[in-house]
Design a protein around this ligand. Sequence first.
Ligand code: ADP
Ligand code: MG
Length: 748
Amino acid sequence: MQTKKTFSIKGMHCASCVMVLEQSLKKVEGVSEATVNLATEKATVTYDSQKVTDATLSSAVSNVGYQALITEEIRTEDDEQKEKQQELRALRLKVIVSLTLGGLILWGAFPGLMKTAPMFLQNFWVQLLLAVPVQFWAGFGFYRATISALKHRTANMDTLVVIGTTVAFAYSAFVTIFPQLVTNIGIEPAPYFDTAAIIIGLILLGRYFEARAKAGTSEAIKKLIGLQAKTARVVRDNKEMDIPISEVIIGDGIRVRPGEKIPVDGIIIDGESSIDESMVTGESMPVDKVAGDTVVGATMNKTGTFTFKATKVGGETMLAQIIKLVQEAQGSKAPIQRLADLVSSYFVPVVIMLAFATFAVWYIFGPAPSLLYALLNTVAVLIIACPCAMGLATPTAIMVGIGKGAEHGILIKDAESLETAHKINTIIFDKTGTLTKGQPEVTDIISFDGRAQDEVLSLAASIEKGSEHSLAEAIVKAAEAKHLSLSAVEKFKAIPGRGVEGTIDGKRIVFGNKRLMNKEGVDVSSEGDRIGEMESSGKTVMMIALRQAHGEAFKLVGLIAVADIVKESAKEGLCALQKLGIEVVMITGDNQRTASAIGQKLGISRVLAEVLPDQKEAEVRKIQAEGKVVAMVGDGINDAPALAAADVGIAMGTGTDVAIEAADITLISKDLRSVAAAVVLSKKTMRTIRLNLFWAFGYNVILIPVAMGALYPFFHLLLNPIFASVAMATSSVSVVTNSLLLKRKKIS
Ligand code: ADP
Ligand code: MG
């Protein structure tokens, strides 16, 4: 059986670690899919649980020098937090020690500065003594990672640091211990302990800042978890008591007082109130709710008091589902990242070759003392080329982007959807329930043959009782409002995109649109004008026809028109999209005239009407064939195939049961403005990623030639290895900071 598991991995530092781990995990027999995320420090593996055990996965990870935390499933968020804090503290100590010692060595060794330093600091042996703990204690992690990488014939960023600093340290130690030998070959014996120590200190400092900033990228999840109520006031055996939320069971009656958080999902049984659902839906206006309405856990009760029955608890609640979805999405990989990963996996070996070349060229052709130039430039190349920031460029931005979406009620299924959304240039909206409220109301009833209007409505409502369509609901509701009695229906059948049919008292009745009437041979031409007039004002007209006995013809007995109100947010939402240069299309099963009337109201010029439900998908593909990147916005239930066919399927969530699986993006609120917000979020995230990649990668590429000495022949300019390490630490920090800036960007 295929199983999917996500677990934490310790010891990763760079994009090449990601590649090494993924390859090692994929090599395990029975593993079909493995993705490793540097920003979340997690691996997600899909495997055959009969062939693969936790132990095999764990050893696949430890074999390449990392640690997997698979079996410790009881670890809570708190434990993880504490552990992270501890790691941060240890890292900070290493940074302080190495920069202090490195600083002292620098003071005693730097030309110009050294004259002010106490004599003993200028002593090479003292410098050696100060450098040893930095190199082998603070820098121990680099060695450990390098050794395990070498065991697997790979190299990573730590390898570059190790080679670079070890070269500097070893040369300096040699100079200190055997000054005579160096003097003999014509070089003044001067060590470079400061270079090695300060490089280590700065790289660790970069990692420290990076780790701190990375913790900020997962803030959205923490916020969501923090939304959860701690206790619930349940009514059991007629007694009210406060119990921890984990003890609430389905069916419990729960009392909510003014200003209290609603603990779990449920249905109001008694009382009414206005509820602030903004934390989950992103919609700022409070919603009025009465008995029978659903409430969502973690939302805030405002003024009223009510009792509700718990229908979903624990991991089933909407909030728990959202948290799970967001976590999974944050760990997923954007296509753009695969490219970055691939590039950085080739980067390290190429850099090592370049470093060798640099050494050789300077040693052979360089000015005297050529050995020194060769050494220092090689170290600079190794340090400047670390592709560390590259591994962070995409995942940190994705984490922030997806988290930000969740805060606005925009649930994005994975990084790929977030990436694709920025390319959307056409959005197709379903009409009913998406652009309109989906709660149509009966506006006109017209009867023929001297029948009463109520009789027509009653017949229609009797048949519609069996349909779940929103039009059916409107008709049944209208009949109920008039307290009409309904008749029993036999042989009921719904004809998708057309209407319904059934038999009442042995008489066959069909109810639906013109297409249905045509099919049954009902002549409606005499009413053409009246129907046309109602349709032109945006109403949907349905016709009812009756057949007295088998073999006779159907006769038109009435018309019922319903109108659906356009959502308040529709106009503004569509306008925002058009401003982004996106073409808006409306698709509906409704007739052309009604559809055009509504399209006109909303400023939509391209209206696809009378599209049968199973043809919506084909329409999406048709527009895609025009070379467009298409998003489809629907209510997620009957539009599923069209949502799946679109490049980005956007489902309008229905509040409680989020159609999470069907769509790429789910908008929890029914507010149409969030469609544009989702597109803007995608655009801003992609811009952040591109800028990140530039910071991470572009400057490596620019500075490697400088470090190799390309500018030396013209300007006598070389890159000091210490500056190389400053630049490299800055790049990681700036990438993560840039991702965090995304949090502050406005998307709606
Ligand atoms: P939409 O695209 O607006 O969701 P559908 O494809 O469900 O529309 O339906 C298209 C048309 O078919 C409706 O506008 C209506 O005229 C007719 N129809 C569908 N179902 C019913 C029904 N249950 N009762 C009456 N008419 C219906
Ligand atoms: Mg529909």
